[in-house]
Design a binder for this molecule. Structure first.
Ligand code: SF4
Ligand code: SF4
Length: 358
């Protein structure tokens, strides 16, 4: 729950590590680490010293690690007992601290919540997981190379976290406790109350960094939505979509792509089993395969356009966090696409340049 007035304190890196170590005694902690072939990634840590605070971005976003990990999430189990089938819905109830989340990924958590808990069809798996979550945000120091978060207003967030960290200098970190949970994280930690000048410095750094995004949408996300609606049948979608190799990577690594497929497992004797959700991609033809063998979105161009429309058009009127778009501009799809076509900025620019050729 948000507190009426956020509390600002200043910590050293050592104190921050103390905070994490204190959490590790009572919760699982998912945090950015680096090294090895995979590079920087979010992982469950056992020691605060594993954390890599100065990261640019990660391939896999924290939302996917939390809600739809690669190994899948088991959401239903069944067992035959005394001639009856007994069903259970396992839920992860252990507290989870997600530490060091960049603003665009905090926005992704908000979008995930809106998508999965909106209206009367609440997803119980997401709801249960959200109830255990504490989010510790971290302002970026350098905009990630392919990110255009500032174009979709996801480079700075003012809610959606419990504690927000801003590195003001190497060993001077401003922490803003936004919720009661966030304030509780500071208990027992050495800090000083922040001065007004610390907060002013944070705001100045945020403004300065907002201008450093090398990658920007050519227009506001609201205008992008309108523009896409006007050019929904542009031939560029087919031309570019034909280059897609349907690997599905752009959706698997997208922090706001929530689609999944249920997979059923059972023992050979059929006495028990489970149902697991695994990530699905709208960019592969079988995504829309239905009984009888019909594929509803067979054309690569339609699939290519669908991803862009899903990010900039379909959810436009639904955001209660001011999310006019479900693209947070993280740039992960830009970096991962083997065909170099998944960049929303590039597609929108090309559409604008070629719109008159329709
Ligand atoms: S569409 Fe691309 S840039 Fe936008 S949120 Fe998804 S991965 Fe990030
Ligand atoms: S990453 Fe690129 S090639 Fe792979 S499905 Fe997405 S658009 Fe197609």
């Amino acid at each position: 729950m948000n507190t009426d007035r956020p509390r600002f304190v200043v910590l050293t890196r050592g104190a921050l590590m103390e905070l994490v170590d204190a959490q590790l005694k009572q919760a699982k902690v998912l945090a950015p680490v680096t090294g090895g072939e995979e590079g920087t990634r979010f992982e469950f840590i056992t020691d605060a010293r594993e954390i890599y605070l100065d990261y640019a971005t990660t391939i896999m976003p924290p939302t996917k690690k939390v809600f739809l990990p690669q190994e899948g999430v088991t959401f239903l189990t069944w067992k035959k007992e005394n001639g009856k089938t007994v069903f259970a819905s396992p839920a992860d109830t252990e507290p989870l601290v997600v530490f060091g989340v960049h603003p665009y990924d905090i926005r992704a958590f908000q979008i995930w919540e809106e998508t999965m808990l909106r209206g009367k069809y609440e997803d119980p798996v997401t709801k249960a997981r959200l109830a255990t979550l504490t989010i510790v945000g971290l302002d970026i120091t350098e905009p990630p190379r392919d990110s255009f978060a500032a174009s979709v207003d996801a480079h700075v967030v003012t809610d959606g976290y419990d504690l927000m960290l801003t590195i003001l200098a190497t060993d001077r970190i401003l922490a803003e406790a936004r919720t009661e949970k966030g304030a509780a994280l500071l208990e027992g930690i050495t800090y000083r109350d922040a001065a007004q000048s610390d907060i002013v410095e944070r705001d100045r750094l945020r403004e300065e960094r907002a201008t450093k995004y090398p990658h920007t949408l050519p227009t506001s996300s609201e205008s992008v939505s309108e523009f896409l609606m006007q050019h929904a049948n542009h031939p560029l979608f087919t031309e570019t979509g034909d280059l897609c190799v349907a690997c599905g990577k752009c959706t698997v690594i997208c922090p706001t792509c929530t689609c999944f497929s249920p997979v059923e497992h059972s023992t050979l004797d059929g006495t028990e089993g489970a149902r697991t959700r695994v990530a699905a991609s709208c960019q592969v033809p079988v995504f829309t395969l239905v009984a009888g063998g019909m594929i509803n979105r067979k054309s690569a161009g339609d699939r290519f356009a669908h991803r862009l429309f899903d990010k900039f058009v379909y959810h436009e009127s639904e955001g209660s966090h001011g999310c006019m778009t479900t693209c947070v501009g993280c740039g992960r799809c830009v970096a991962i696409c083997p065909a170099h076509i998944a960049d929303p900025v590039k597609t929108i620019e090309q559409l604008q340049q070629g719109a008159h050729h329709e």
